[in-house]
Design a protein around this ligand. Structure first.
Ligand code: GDP
Length: 368
């Protein structure tokens, strides 16, 4: 800016060049602009949320998920009303879980698999359960730039893991988001997790089909696979079967196939087996989708598919009861008032744990 043309609104008398700041004329805010800004913040009604989700309005759909993910009592209440209304439109998707150690290729696989499904004309939603943010205070799944190709597909919807305190909160949010995705007519819902804490068991409890991604070579321990996770899977995928790894992948696949013969399958009427694939080249991806369809057909024919879903819903009820009781107990002001003293007495050996619990429960139930 040239000094010659510059005329500040105000500056101290006799101000020299040493003054770096001047008062400039103010800008009046256009009242209509103000109004639009306010209008944006207007809350949607339950019916508007429901309509938006059913009409697959992506803005309202995302807003509804945000509502579901909120921890505020008011949002939870509205969210539940929305869920009640969309419930008749849910249940039609195939819910697929995917796990594997960090680096096994989950994001690359989901990107390739998801893009393949979109090309088949299917709508796909990718959700994540990443309890690491609560355990390690950082995210294992979320901090990479992930699935750029898939995120450009108009039929794909990707939602990172909700933050929500304990795994319980994250679980509720993901389960409810599954229902929203189904009401918005997503055909396939992929739920990704990394093996931290109980996350694989949690994901298994909300999906129809569960797959475990492995890498060529090395046994379970070296792969970072926790004991028992193979038993949860309906399909083992030895990923990275490309380039010089092809033979190694085949050997690993064979080894896992042998091991699977000794295990109880995760799903009644379905034999879990191992396949090779490459998320990088796309080899094996169509065959995996064929396998999943065969699984759905078989288990639906046997009644196992619907039976599992009903069982999962019931388990969810009990999970909510436990969480709700725990929350109310620890949020109870009378409990918080006596808890430090009781803890101290237990630690010093003056009070047995059973007596401590009895005292606390008496206080809690008296105040209900
Ligand atoms: P995640 O941590 O399980 O999500 O794993 P990523 O998808 O981030 O993949 C980890 C690394 O493995 C990346 O460098 C990928 O490029 C690579 N990778 C993933 N899938 C394949 C594959 O099929 N073949 C090969 N050669 N590399 C792969």
């Amino acid at each position: 800016m040239s000094n010659k043309t510059y005329k500040p609104e105000w500056q101290p008398e006799n101000a020299g060049k040493e003054y770096a700041s001047f008062v400039m004329p103010g800008v009046e805010i256009n009242p209509t602009v103000k109004k639009t800004y306010k209008a944006k913040k207007v809350k949607l009604t339950v019916d508007e949320y429901v309509k938006g989700v059913l009409e697959q309005n992506i803005t309202i759909f995302s807003k509804t998920i945000t509502l579901i993910e909120s921890n505020s009592e008011e949002h939870i209440k509205i969210g539940q009303e929305v869920l009640k209304k969309i419930l008749p439109y849910t249940g039609k998707s195939v819910r697929i879980g995917i796990t594997g150690s960090p680096g096994a290729g989950k994001s690359t696989f989901i990107e390739a698999f998801g893009t393949y499904l979109c090309k088949q004309g299917l709508k796909i939603a990718v959700l994540a359960i990443d309890p690491s943010s609560t355990i390690t205070k950082g995210s294992i799944l979320g901090d990479k730039t992930r699935m750029e190709m898939l995120s450009r597909e108009p039929n794909a919807f990707i939602r990172p893991s909700p933050s929500g305190g304990a795994l319980g909160g994250v679980t509720r949010k993901t389960r409810e988001t599954i229902l929203l995705c189904e009401a918005a007519e997503y055909d396939v819902i992929l739920i990704e997790t990394v093996g931290v804490g109980q996350s694989e068991v949690t994901v298994r409890s909300m999906v129809d089909f569960f797959m475990l991604l492995l890498i060529p070579g090395s046994g379970d321990e070296l792969q970072g696979i926790k004991k028992g996770v193979v038993e949860l899977a309906d399909l083992l995928i030895v990923n990275k079967a490309d380039g010089t790894n092809v033979e190694k992948a085949k050997v690993t696949c064979h080894q896992y196939s042998m091991a699977l013969n000794m295990l109880q399958p995760a799903t009644q009427g379905w034999k879990t087996h191992a396949v090779t694939a490459s998320a990088l080249t796309g080899k094996g991806i169509p065959e995996i989708w064929t396998e999943i369809n065969r699984f759905v057909d078989t288990t639906k024919r046997l009644g196992v598919f619907d039976q599992r879903r009903r069982q999962q819903t019931l388990e969810w009820v009990y999970t909510i009861i436990e969480e709700e009781l725990r929350k109310r107990f620890f949020n109870n002001p009378d409990i918080s008032a006596v808890l430090p003293e009781i803890e101290k007495n237990v630690l010093s050996g003056e009070l047995t744990p059973t007596n401590a619990v009895n005292q606390l429960l008496n206080i809690f139930f008296k105040n209900q």
